[in-house]
Design a protein around this ligand. Sequence first.
Ligand code: FAD
Length: 323
Amino acid sequence: MSRTILVVAEAKGGVLRQVSYEAIGAARTAAGDGGTVAAVIMGSDVTRLAGDLAVYGADCIYSVDHSALTHYHPEAYFAALQAVMQEVRPDGVFFGHTAWGKDLAPQLAAALGAGQISDVISMDTDDSGELLFTRPIYAGKAMEKKKFMSTPWIVTIRPNNIPPLAAEAGRTAPVTAVAYPEPPLAAVIREVVQNTAGKMDLSEAKVIVSGGRGVRSAEGFKPLEELADVLGGAVGASRGACDAAYCDYALQIGQTGKVVTPELYIACGISGAIQHLAGMSQSRVIIAINKDPEAPIFQVADYGIVGDLFEVVPLLTEQFKQA
Ligand code: FAD
């Protein structure tokens, strides 16, 4: 079956987010043989990013490029997206399961009366060729497979789970400029104050070194930061560490924090409460460092180190520096 699928690409700091490429990968599967993968990019000075979307597999690109879209604004972006929907009329739409996606996707689903499946981590097909979408439920303790009964449908995908297509240097695609509809806005954004805690976006980091109450102080996070730097990763935290004011809540991972799926998650001085596991148990490889051999985190860890994190973490940093 061939379908037309629209990917809502996302740019941050002037570059496309990795999840946009992953969404194109998902869209290619959903489009089927002979199907079309369209991508939309919205923002200010974003048309120049269209080439990257083509290189990663988009067949055609729609750009809504306007100064009113400099900062993410729910009403402005939704109006821009609706203008593109009129042109493309897709069978399905993919968003990243990001702050943007979580905001825009349900608006679109409600406006279309469409079904939405959120936080999808993989896709396959049933015997009749219908698309099946898999998503974690019950804080990651179980998986459910869902399918849509009608079109158009809306899906958000969890970053770091669906592989992007291989980049094809020199691949091009037609770019259509869509006029920003200039809707009346109930609010305007004057300024965006960036939270500077954490150098890297946790949801897209390939490596996360995370600290818990066992880190004991803000100063105690320093060795974790050094390890993360050596590995090219980001620093995360348990709520225990955030509540104790050792770090900013922007770093919190778990049920009420960020959900992450890095290739490597190193949990340092984290007990492994169910609410923390909800945010990281889908990580590809988990290493736990804890001085309590009975700590529940060891039940989900692929590798466990029973020991004092203040001895183990600097040793790991030294070893990785030499590697
Ligand atoms: P602790 O449970 O105190 O564990 C500290 C660990 O450090 C211990 O296992 C100890 O053995 C080890 N340790 C101590 N010193 C060292 C050392 N020197 N070297 C090595 N190991 C050492 N929690 C989250 O993380 N994320 C969430 O999103 C979240 N949401 C929640 C939502 C709700 C509604 C509720 C009720 C709770 C939530 N929590 C969440 C809190 C959660 O239940 C735990 O309280 C919290 O995860 C514990 O943090 P922790 O593991 O850092 O601390």
